[in-house]
Design a protein around this ligand. Structure first.
Ligand SMILES: *[C@@H]1O[C@H](CO)[C@@H](O)[C@H](O)[C@H]1NC(C)=O
Ligand SMILES: *[C@@H]1O[C@H](CO)[C@@H](O)[C@H](O)[C@H]1NC(C)=O
Ligand SMILES: *[C@@H]1O[C@H](CO)[C@@H](O)[C@H](O)[C@H]1NC(C)=O
Ligand SMILES: *[C@@H]1O[C@H](CO)[C@@H](O)[C@H](O)[C@H]1NC(C)=O
Ligand SMILES: *[C@@H]1O[C@H](CO)[C@@H](O)[C@H](O)[C@H]1NC(C)=O
Length: 535
């Protein structure tokens, strides 16, 4: 924290200090309203300049309706800047920078999700609440469907890498101008597409960040989108013989998954600690003669077997890993819903095939091959080395929910092993700069029956937990970068009913890959944090 020097001498005189602090706030407000960021960013147009008081809500009336946010609560006094910044003669980004009055000297960039162009306002609020000068962008387009990728490679390039990189270059420069002091350290936080953005940045622009929090990273992006497009061709539409209703996924199949695999970790608690150990056999659910109800037809058994098997190229090599057992409760309403998966449809229609009449039911591995060969915007993100990033001291903290219903959690160990092999590293060497934490019972980026609150995002996920390296991933990466205190394990929090005000239900230790959380056994309770160890 860096209070204005003029305040320091008055700390012991409450009345005077109070007067001073009112005047200091006014001074900050004036400084904000006099800021002219557009003068320092080529061709930029300023669209907002606003002093925002802690405890108020920023109105976002212009935000694209598909982004589902028309306002953001703010807990720190800050200066909000928004600009439109051209990135080519046919593309531009919407740029937001929130500059807190109480600044730690740190910079934070935030990611995006899906194929979308939604600014993560909750993470702008989260960053500023913790003293970071924080930026976010629309990733080059508004809304969630990606139609402006069509016949515009510049919009795709913004989405693939340029929007984030531009926001970092502009952000570091503007923070220095605004505070009259250079940024001390630079960080990134994002999940899903955002996780991919963080890792891609470490690959392409190793100078941009000192520390990166990359949740459930959508690395190997084209193959991920192919695997997502494929689910509709596996399940078929509602009513097809291969289709399975949400109710059957959530009860019949999920119950059988737990029956076969919940106890593998020694605790029957409804959570599979390490789904890689679960070799689910769907045949046990095949209906017997004249049996009806809690059982599956042949075609349905095939559906289950396919989603829980690796997706292979025709030559038998891996295209993308299987979905992990345990995620079916949440995937039932999404990837297995019998409807084409929206973001995959958008990616293929607008960016890969550029065919507005494309029929998602026609998807095959030929389309997957086209996606990989075209690699729109250079988005793939599958580096076999991050030596330049590591070499300048960069750190990546990554985590993945083990019930992720959108990006199989098996892809994160796969990427870890790929990177380790490429760099010739054993885990002790990976530990120097890249640490993966598997989070049992967590869905995609958040949610689920596990202790999933680890400070990964602003809205619900960070409130109520201590902002320290044990409980909060952002605090953890900061201490790793600045104090050399590397995270060994993370303690996740589960709120009763996922509601902070209802209190903490339990805490759980999440282990650093390749270790896994192991029940100590005996008459210990699975819900107690000390009942588990990382082995
Ligand atoms: C900035 O605007 C000028 C004049 O309109 C144009 O010539 C130039 O290409 C623009 N630069 C960028 C980076 O868009
Ligand atoms: C995107 O939305 C912002 C408001 O959030 C608006 O200022 C901008 O013009 C929009 N961009 C496009 C390309 O429509
Ligand atoms: C945009 O710039 C490119 C060169 O970078 C040029 O080929 C193209 O004609 C320009 N497009 C427009 C619409 O001005
Ligand atoms: C299998 O096919 C894929 C897609 O064409 C290709 O990328 C991969 O290298 C092939 N693997 C082998 C072992 O030939
Ligand atoms: C959680 O929600 C249920 C049902 O709404 C309620 O009965 C229960 O009391 C809640 N638990 C807490 C700790 O608030």
């Amino acid at each position: 924290m860096r209070p204005a020097p003029s305040l320091l001498g008055f700390a012991l005189w409450p009345s005077l200090a109070a007067t001073r602090s009112i005047r200091a706030t006014t001074a900050f407000e004036n400084k904000c309203l006099q800021f002219r960021p557009e003068g320092s960013v080529r061709n930029a147009t300023r669209t907002e300049l606003q002093f925002v008081k802690a405890g108020t809500r920023v109105a976002l009336a212009d935000n694209d309706p598909s982004c589902n946010t028309d306002g953001q609560a703010v807990t720190a006094d800050l200066c909000r800047v928004a600009m439109s910044i051209p990135t080519s003669n046919r593309s531009s980004i919407t740029y937001e920078m929130w500059l807190p009055e109480t600044w730690s000297g740190r910079f934070l960039a935030t990611g995006n999700g899906g194929i979308g162009g939604c600014v993560e306002y909750e993470n702008l609020a989260y960053g500023t609440a913790n003293g970071f000068a924080t930026v976010g962008t629309n990733n080059g387009h508004n809304g969630t469907n990606g139609d402006t990728f069509y016949q515009n490679e510049d919009v795709v390039a913004d989405f693939g890498w340029r929007s984030l990189h531009t926001s970092v270059e502009v952000g570091k420069k503007l923070a220095a101008l605004f505070y009259s002091e250079a940024v001390s350290k630079s960080y990134f936080i994002g999940c899903s597409l955002g996780g991919r953005q963080g890792i891609h940045s470490a690959e392409l622009f190793p100078e941009d960040f000192d520390g990166i929090v990359a949740g459930a990273p959508a690395v190997d992006f084209n193959n991920l989108y192919s695997s997502r497009a494929r689910y509709f061709t596996i399940t078929g539409a509602e009513g097809a013989p291969s289709f399975i209703s949400a109710g059957t996924w959530k009860t019949t199949i999920h119950d059988e998954v737990l029956r076969q695999c919940d106890g593998l970790d020694g605790a029957m608690d409804g959570i599979i600690e390490d789904p890689t150990l679960c070799k689910f056999q769907a045949e046990t659910l095949l209906c017997g003669t004249n049996q009806e109800g809690d059982c599956l037809s042949d075609a349905q058994v095939q559906t289950v077997t396919k989603v829980f098997s690796n997706y292979l190229w025709q030559n038998g090599s891996m295209l993308y890993p299987a979905m992990q057992p345990g995620s079916e409760i949440l995937a039932a309403g999404g990837l297995y819903s019998g409807k084409p998966y929206g973001p995959s449809v958008g990616w293929f229609k607008f960016a890969v095939l550029e065919d507005l009449a494309w029929d998602p039911a026609s998807f095959t591995t030929d389309d997957a091959l086209t996606a990989g060969q075209k690699d729109p915007g250079g988005i793939r993100t599958w580096p076999s080395s991050l030596a330049a990033f590591e070499g300048r001291g960069g750190k990546i903290l990554t985590y993945h929910g083990q019930q992720d219903q959108q990006i199989t959690s098996f892809n994160s160990p796969r990427f870890y092993e790929h990177l380790a092999a490429g760099m010739g590293y054993v885990p002790a060497q990976m530990d120097r700069f890249y640490r993966l934490f598997r989070i049992p019972g967590m869905g995609h980026c958040n949610g689920g029956p596990g202790a999933w609150v680890v400070g990964q995002a602003g809205s619900t996920a960070a409130r109520g937990i201590p902002y320290d390296r044990e409980h909060n991933v952002l605090a953890a990466v900061v201490d790793w970068v600045e104090k050399g205190m590397a995270p060994e394990a993370l303690v996740g929090t589960k709120y009763a009913n996922d509601t902070v005000d209802s209190g903490i239900a339990y805490r759980h230790t999440h282990c650093k890959y390749p270790a896994k959380s192991t029940f100590k056994g005996g008459d210990r309770k699975p819900s107690e944090v000390d009942s588990w160890e990382c082995l």
